[in-house]
Design a protein around this ligand. Structure first.
Ligand SMILES: C[S@@+](CC[C@H](N)C(=O)[O-])C[C@H]1O[C@@H](n2cnc3c(N)ncnc32)[C@H](O)[C@@H]1O
Length: 218
Protein backbone atom coordinates (compact mmCIF):
# COMPACT_ATOMS: atom_id res chain seq x y z
CA UNK A 1 0.00 0.00 0.00
CA UNK A 2 1.34 3.48 -0.73
CA UNK A 3 2.46 5.52 2.32
CA UNK A 4 -0.18 8.16 1.52
CA UNK A 5 -2.99 5.59 1.57
CA UNK A 6 -1.70 3.93 4.74
CA UNK A 7 -1.73 7.28 6.52
CA UNK A 8 -5.25 8.11 5.27
CA UNK A 9 -6.62 4.71 6.40
CA UNK A 10 -4.88 4.98 9.79
CA UNK A 11 -6.22 8.43 10.55
CA UNK A 12 -9.73 7.56 9.30
CA UNK A 13 -10.03 4.49 11.57
CA UNK A 14 -8.32 6.15 14.50
CA UNK A 15 -10.99 8.86 14.46
CA UNK A 16 -13.82 6.41 13.78
CA UNK A 17 -12.80 3.74 16.37
CA UNK A 18 -15.59 4.20 18.92
CA UNK A 19 -18.19 4.86 16.18
CA UNK A 20 -17.13 1.66 14.46
CA UNK A 21 -17.23 -0.32 17.72
CA UNK A 22 -20.82 0.84 18.32
CA UNK A 23 -21.88 -1.36 15.35
CA UNK A 24 -21.24 -4.37 17.60
CA UNK A 25 -22.93 -3.02 20.75
CA UNK A 26 -26.41 -4.43 20.14
CA UNK A 27 -27.73 -3.58 23.62
CA UNK A 28 -26.99 0.15 23.21
CA UNK A 29 -28.73 0.59 19.86
CA UNK A 30 -32.07 2.24 19.32
CA UNK A 31 -34.55 0.12 17.31
CA UNK A 32 -33.89 2.01 14.04
CA UNK A 33 -30.11 1.56 14.23
CA UNK A 34 -30.59 -2.08 15.22
CA UNK A 35 -32.85 -2.65 12.21
CA UNK A 36 -30.47 -0.84 9.81
CA UNK A 37 -27.40 -2.71 11.04
CA UNK A 38 -29.20 -6.04 10.77
CA UNK A 39 -30.26 -5.36 7.18
CA UNK A 40 -27.64 -3.07 5.63
CA UNK A 41 -24.73 -4.59 7.59
CA UNK A 42 -26.05 -8.17 7.35
CA UNK A 43 -22.88 -9.41 5.66
CA UNK A 44 -20.57 -8.08 8.41
CA UNK A 45 -22.20 -10.43 10.89
CA UNK A 46 -22.57 -13.36 8.53
CA UNK A 47 -19.04 -13.28 7.16
CA UNK A 48 -17.74 -13.54 10.74
CA UNK A 49 -20.08 -16.46 11.46
CA UNK A 50 -18.59 -18.28 8.45
CA UNK A 51 -15.04 -17.46 9.58
CA UNK A 52 -15.66 -18.79 13.08
CA UNK A 53 -17.12 -22.04 11.67
CA UNK A 54 -14.08 -22.53 9.41
CA UNK A 55 -11.62 -21.77 12.23
CA UNK A 56 -13.40 -24.15 14.58
CA UNK A 57 -13.35 -26.96 11.98
CA UNK A 58 -9.68 -26.34 11.19
CA UNK A 59 -8.64 -27.10 14.79
CA UNK A 60 -6.43 -24.03 14.83
CA UNK A 61 -4.57 -23.10 18.02
CA UNK A 62 -2.83 -19.86 17.04
CA UNK A 63 -4.86 -17.37 15.06
CA UNK A 64 -4.08 -13.89 13.70
CA UNK A 65 -6.79 -11.28 13.23
CA UNK A 66 -5.21 -8.95 10.66
CA UNK A 67 -6.73 -5.48 11.02
CA UNK A 68 -8.61 -6.48 14.16
CA UNK A 69 -10.26 -3.08 14.76
CA UNK A 70 -11.93 -3.06 18.21
CA UNK A 71 -11.20 -6.78 18.68
CA UNK A 72 -14.85 -7.81 18.92
CA UNK A 73 -14.38 -10.93 16.80
CA UNK A 74 -11.39 -11.96 18.90
CA UNK A 75 -13.39 -11.68 22.10
CA UNK A 76 -16.17 -13.84 20.64
CA UNK A 77 -13.70 -16.46 19.40
CA UNK A 78 -11.72 -16.50 22.67
CA UNK A 79 -14.95 -17.01 24.64
CA UNK A 80 -16.05 -20.02 22.61
CA UNK A 81 -12.89 -21.73 21.33
CA UNK A 82 -9.73 -22.93 22.97
CA UNK A 83 -7.37 -20.76 20.88
CA UNK A 84 -4.76 -18.03 21.24
CA UNK A 85 -5.47 -14.94 19.18
CA UNK A 86 -3.20 -12.10 18.16
CA UNK A 87 -4.97 -9.01 16.89
CA UNK A 88 -3.01 -6.36 15.00
CA UNK A 89 -4.22 -2.95 13.88
CA UNK A 90 -2.61 0.24 12.65
CA UNK A 91 -5.06 2.50 14.51
CA UNK A 92 -4.03 3.02 18.18
CA UNK A 93 -7.59 3.90 19.23
CA UNK A 94 -8.84 0.55 17.88
CA UNK A 95 -6.21 -1.33 19.91
CA UNK A 96 -7.09 0.67 23.03
CA UNK A 97 -10.70 -0.57 22.74
CA UNK A 98 -9.55 -4.16 22.09
CA UNK A 99 -7.33 -4.16 25.18
CA UNK A 100 -9.95 -2.56 27.43
CA UNK A 101 -12.67 -4.98 26.34
CA UNK A 102 -10.38 -7.99 26.66
CA UNK A 103 -9.35 -6.96 30.19
CA UNK A 104 -13.01 -6.42 31.23
CA UNK A 105 -13.70 -10.06 30.35
CA UNK A 106 -10.46 -11.51 31.80
CA UNK A 107 -9.40 -12.79 28.40
CA UNK A 108 -5.83 -11.41 28.46
CA UNK A 109 -4.25 -14.87 28.61
CA UNK A 110 -5.87 -15.82 25.29
CA UNK A 111 -5.70 -12.46 23.53
CA UNK A 112 -2.73 -10.34 22.55
CA UNK A 113 -3.03 -7.03 20.70
CA UNK A 114 -0.41 -5.16 18.69
CA UNK A 115 -0.52 -1.62 17.31
CA UNK A 116 1.35 -1.73 14.00
CA UNK A 117 1.11 -1.66 10.23
CA UNK A 118 0.57 -5.22 8.99
CA UNK A 119 3.06 -4.72 6.20
CA UNK A 120 5.82 -3.41 8.45
CA UNK A 121 5.51 -5.65 11.51
CA UNK A 122 7.87 -8.64 11.88
CA UNK A 123 5.95 -11.54 13.39
CA UNK A 124 8.09 -13.91 15.46
CA UNK A 125 5.70 -16.86 15.06
CA UNK A 126 3.49 -18.62 12.50
CA UNK A 127 -0.30 -18.89 12.73
CA UNK A 128 -2.57 -21.84 11.94
CA UNK A 129 -5.18 -19.44 10.65
CA UNK A 130 -5.26 -15.77 9.64
CA UNK A 131 -8.40 -13.78 9.01
CA UNK A 132 -8.85 -10.22 7.75
CA UNK A 133 -12.42 -8.92 7.74
CA UNK A 134 -13.10 -5.56 6.13
CA UNK A 135 -9.38 -4.86 5.68
CA UNK A 136 -8.08 -5.90 2.24
CA UNK A 137 -10.33 -3.34 0.48
CA UNK A 138 -8.25 -0.50 1.98
CA UNK A 139 -5.09 -1.66 0.16
CA UNK A 140 -4.58 -0.21 -3.32
CA UNK A 141 -2.38 -3.23 -4.08
CA UNK A 142 -2.94 -6.12 -1.61
CA UNK A 143 -0.33 -8.43 -3.18
CA UNK A 144 2.36 -7.73 -0.57
CA UNK A 145 -0.17 -8.17 2.22
CA UNK A 146 -1.31 -11.57 0.92
CA UNK A 147 2.26 -12.71 0.29
CA UNK A 148 3.11 -11.81 3.87
CA UNK A 149 0.10 -13.76 5.16
CA UNK A 150 1.18 -16.76 3.08
CA UNK A 151 4.65 -16.68 4.69
CA UNK A 152 3.33 -16.75 8.26
CA UNK A 153 0.35 -19.10 7.87
CA UNK A 154 0.34 -22.89 8.09
CA UNK A 155 -3.27 -23.72 7.21
CA UNK A 156 -6.11 -21.25 6.48
CA UNK A 157 -6.24 -17.65 5.28
CA UNK A 158 -9.63 -15.97 5.19
CA UNK A 159 -10.34 -12.48 3.96
CA UNK A 160 -13.34 -10.47 2.88
CA UNK A 161 -13.65 -7.89 0.12
CA UNK A 162 -16.73 -5.88 -0.87
CA UNK A 163 -18.74 -6.80 -3.96
CA UNK A 164 -18.50 -4.34 -6.84
CA UNK A 165 -21.97 -4.94 -8.22
CA UNK A 166 -24.26 -4.28 -5.29
CA UNK A 167 -26.93 -1.62 -4.84
CA UNK A 168 -25.12 -0.22 -1.76
CA UNK A 169 -21.72 0.12 -3.47
CA UNK A 170 -22.21 3.63 -4.89
CA UNK A 171 -23.27 5.19 -1.61
CA UNK A 172 -20.33 3.53 0.19
CA UNK A 173 -17.90 4.83 -2.45
CA UNK A 174 -19.26 8.35 -2.00
CA UNK A 175 -19.26 8.22 1.82
CA UNK A 176 -15.64 7.05 1.95
CA UNK A 177 -14.52 9.53 -0.71
CA UNK A 178 -15.99 12.38 1.36
CA UNK A 179 -14.17 11.05 4.43
CA UNK A 180 -10.94 10.77 2.35
CA UNK A 181 -10.53 7.05 3.02
CA UNK A 182 -9.45 5.05 -0.07
CA UNK A 183 -11.42 1.88 -0.78
CA UNK A 184 -11.56 -0.75 -3.58
CA UNK A 185 -14.33 -3.12 -4.71
CA UNK A 186 -14.07 -6.59 -6.24
CA UNK A 187 -15.66 -9.06 -8.60
CA UNK A 188 -14.74 -12.74 -8.88
CA UNK A 189 -12.45 -12.12 -11.86
CA UNK A 190 -10.44 -9.57 -9.87
CA UNK A 191 -10.13 -12.03 -6.98
CA UNK A 192 -8.98 -14.82 -9.34
CA UNK A 193 -6.42 -12.45 -10.80
CA UNK A 194 -5.15 -11.51 -7.34
CA UNK A 195 -4.91 -15.19 -6.31
CA UNK A 196 -2.87 -16.02 -9.42
CA UNK A 197 -0.33 -13.32 -8.58
CA UNK A 198 0.55 -14.62 -5.09
CA UNK A 199 0.08 -17.47 -6.16
CA UNK A 200 -2.71 -19.24 -4.24
CA UNK A 201 -4.16 -22.26 -6.03
CA UNK A 202 -6.40 -23.85 -3.46
CA UNK A 203 -9.14 -21.35 -2.64
CA UNK A 204 -12.92 -20.91 -2.54
CA UNK A 205 -14.93 -17.73 -2.94
CA UNK A 206 -18.06 -17.56 -0.73
CA UNK A 207 -20.53 -14.83 -1.67
CA UNK A 208 -22.09 -13.36 1.48
CA UNK A 209 -24.47 -10.59 0.46
CA UNK A 210 -22.30 -7.40 0.01
CA UNK A 211 -19.04 -9.30 0.51
CA UNK A 212 -16.94 -12.07 -0.88
CA UNK A 213 -15.23 -14.20 1.72
CA UNK A 214 -12.15 -15.86 0.25
CA UNK A 215 -11.09 -19.10 1.98
CA UNK A 216 -7.55 -20.14 1.13
CA UNK A 217 -5.91 -23.43 2.08
CA UNK A 218 -2.19 -22.77 2.22
C1 LIG B 1 -13.39 -1.82 8.75
S1 LIG B 1 -12.23 -2.04 10.05
C2 LIG B 1 -12.52 -3.77 10.39
C3 LIG B 1 -12.08 -4.16 11.77
C4 LIG B 1 -12.34 -5.62 12.14
N1 LIG B 1 -11.64 -6.52 11.23
C5 LIG B 1 -13.81 -5.92 12.14
O1 LIG B 1 -14.30 -6.53 11.17
O2 LIG B 1 -14.48 -5.58 13.12
C6 LIG B 1 -10.68 -2.11 9.18
C7 LIG B 1 -9.48 -2.11 10.11
O3 LIG B 1 -8.28 -2.41 9.36
C8 LIG B 1 -7.24 -1.66 9.93
N2 LIG B 1 -6.14 -1.54 8.96
C9 LIG B 1 -6.19 -1.01 7.72
N3 LIG B 1 -4.97 -1.04 7.15
C10 LIG B 1 -4.12 -1.61 8.05
C11 LIG B 1 -2.72 -1.91 8.04
N4 LIG B 1 -1.93 -1.60 7.01
N5 LIG B 1 -2.19 -2.51 9.14
C12 LIG B 1 -2.97 -2.81 10.21
N6 LIG B 1 -4.30 -2.53 10.28
C13 LIG B 1 -4.87 -1.95 9.21
C14 LIG B 1 -7.91 -0.32 10.24
O4 LIG B 1 -7.17 0.46 11.15
C15 LIG B 1 -9.27 -0.77 10.77
O5 LIG B 1 -9.29 -0.89 12.16
Amino acid sequence: MSKKNTQAVKSFFDGYASGFYSIYKEEQKNPIKRFLDRTVRYSMFHRFQKVSEIIEKSNSRDVLDAGCGPGWHDILLAKTLNINITGIDIAPEMIKISETESKKRNLETKLNFITADLLEYNFDQKFDAIFALGVVEYFDDPIDLLKKMKKICTNKILFSVPVLNHWLTTQRKIRYKIRKCPLWFYDEKKIDNLMSQIPFVNYKIHKIDRDYLVEISV
